[in-house]
Design a protein around this ligand. Structure first.
Ligand code: SAH
Length: 340
């Protein structure tokens, strides 16, 4: 960030990448004592149902070679632990590969899943067997660029020095009209359009692997069906919204995910695309009600807690609608369930 003071404004994508690399590398941000709580940290039901969804596709595929479970940004390893346990019950025991850049979180993940292998990116994940890929709240952490509509076309949003705070977004000189979808050509002055080039590139890489090796990917995140305008950059600290341009490196910076772009990247490589479905609908179709009832029978004193967690995950005004599930699969593989 010193580079802004010394060298002038940098792009928002550059700012977000630097801030988050420091943020995730220097702490475990999850849980009540941290900055935010994710679905797998709310209840074991989330990871179990994701594991069941993968095992179901696997079983129907008729494949016999042991697949690789690949998770992007696994946090504390909680989703993987719950998903692997559920898969085990369906007689599926994949090898485990975590794509994670944070040294701090790798330690937590190693404690949760001692036999996992670690990767800096997808390139070193083995090529010899089908892939079962999961990403929960991973794509939202990747750097976005913003374009702002001015009287004089679309301009890149830059981050420069602020007046009443350390940094501030400012319209840059660079015209980026070519980046804007044709459907948004009538957007009013001041409209913001977001793109996540890193996310699209990662999706293309994953899609090529799935085409070559077979398999399926389940991606869960908060986001929208684009193209759309709107500023979705947000900072969160200690479970409250914060200013993305203050306390750089001590807030979690994220943006909503454009599911249309990610689905199209996969489709372009030849994959079949399912959804996005609302997280609530997806979990309900996979039997979260029955799973909650069975957990409550096993531990009656936890009945209320289990029901509160279930409602947080599925209700439309909680995580049920804003959070969405996208699945992409090799075209010869069976269609994943849960997508109406
Ligand atoms: N999936 C977990 C954690 C979500 S937080 C959960 O649901 O609880 C985002 C995760 O992505 C963290 O593990 C973070 O360290 C990781 N991450 C962020 N940017 C990354 C990148 N560019 N490459 C790999 N991992 C990244």
């Amino acid at each position: 960030m010193r580079s802004i003071a010394a060298g002038g404004p940098i792009s928002l994508a550059h700012y977000m990448a630097q801030v988050n690399a420091y943020y995730y590398g220097s702490r475990d941000p999850l849980g009540a004592a941290g900055d935010f709580t994710t679905a797998p940290e709310i209840s074991q039901m989330f990871g179990e149902l994701v594991g069941l969804a993968l095992a179901d596709v696997w079983t129907r595929s008729g494949q016999t070679k042991t697949p690789h479970y690949v998770e992007l940004g696994p946090g504390r390893g909680t989703l993987a632990t719950d998903a692997l346990r559920a898969m085990q019950q369906a007689r599926l025991a994949p090898t485990v590969h975590f794509v994670e850049t944070s040294v701090t979180l790798r330690e937590r993940q190693r404690e949760a899943v001692p036999h996992a292998s670690f990767h800096d990116d997808i390139d070193s994940v083995p090529t010899d067997a089908p892939l079962l890929i999961v990403a929960n709240e991973f794509f939202d952490a990747l750097p976005i660029a913003q374009a702002v509509r001015t009287e004089d076309g679309w301009h890149e949003v830059m981050v420069g020095l602020g007046t009443d705070r350390p940094f501030a977004p400012i319209p840059g000189n660079r015209r980026v009209d070519a980046r804007i979808p044709a459907a948004l050509s009538d957007a009013p002055t001041g409209a913001i359009h977001e793109t996540c080039a890193v996310g699209a590139a990662i999706m293309l890489t994953l899609a090529r692997r799935l085409m070559r090796q077979g398999g399926v990917m389940i991606l869960i995140d908060y986001g929208y069906v684009g193209p759309a305008t709107g500023d979705t950059l947000q900072a969160v600290r200690a479970h409250r919204y914060a200013d993305p341009f203050a306390d750089a490196g001590d807030n979690d910076l994220t943006a909503h995910v454009d599911f249309t772009v990610l689905g199209n990247a996969a489709r372009q490589e030849g994959l079949a695309v399912f959804g996005p479905a609302g997280q609530g609908d997806f979990l309900t179709r996979f039997g979260i009600d029955a799973r909650a009832a069975s957990l409550a029978r096993a531990a009656p004193e936890r009945t209320d807690e289990i029901d509160i967690a279930r409602r947080r995950l599925v209700e439309l005004d909680q995580m049920g609608r804003l959070f969405k599930v996208l699945a992409v699969a090799h075209p010869d593989w069976p269609a994943p369930e849960g997508f109406a």
